[in-house]
Design a protein around this ligand. Sequence first.
Ligand code: 2AM
Ligand code: CA
Length: 272
Amino acid sequence: MERSGYHRRGGAAERFDLAHSAILRAGAILRTARLEAGNIQEKTGHQDLVTYWDKETERSLRQTISEAFPQDAIVGEEYPAALDGGSGVSWYLDPIDGTTNFVSQHRNYAVSIGCWRGEAPLFGLVLDVERQALYSAVSGEGAWCGGKAIRTSSRDTTSRLLLTTPGVLHTFLRPSPQRDGLIRLAGDVRGVRSLGSVALELCAVAAGEADLFIALRSSPWDHNAARIILAEAGGMASRLDGAPLPVMERSTVLAANSAQVHKRILMDYCGL
Ligand code: 2AM
Ligand code: CA
């Protein structure tokens, strides 16, 4: 009986189960990972790192997914995309989100797995590896951290909001159409924090530990899992210019604890 339910949902439940065990396995390996200097390389520059463990974790996740679902597309940070073989389902993988934290702190990094059918979200999983906190959401079924349902905060007044942003330099200092407004926002909110992981910061908003999130550059593998968790927890996300957050392209991101706060921040600080 349950199996037929699985099939009616087009295999989403099987994919969720596969992703759930794969992410826990990846986390267990990363917790024991030790870095040697030769394992760390610069990608586009000294602020953009990749390690042996980013590549090995993504390789292993890709293998697990493509063996079980060979017709699915796989978009990950470290390897060229595997194209859709006809299923219409795409996976977005970030093997380590927060690689700089992984290298310098060995904490505050995540494995992120998002699964979409075209533009429709199926589920998202984000594992805070060292806290062993697994954030998850299946579309329409709420958001969870471990065994507990999570919700965004109900804070509304701007002076009570906590803003988190992974790239302080890009958000407040690099030229952008919204820069003056964002600097004003930084002065109006209760505080600004930076953890250095898009996925974990979006999950912090989902869990009510922060209220706003801003990124001037975020890639599909950075946010496509966590944005499902945020939406299921009651939050709202878009591009900084108010346009819908794309699924397939790099984008700016404004996320908030509610649609109401999201709209107000767009109008008062982002020039909408
Ligand atoms: P990463 O750790 O997977 O590289 C902090 O810099 C956050 O921004 C992290 O989530 C990081 O992801 C992401 N990030 C780093 N460089 C980026 C880039 N060039 N474009 C988009 N996101 C980036
Ligand atoms: Ca990464």
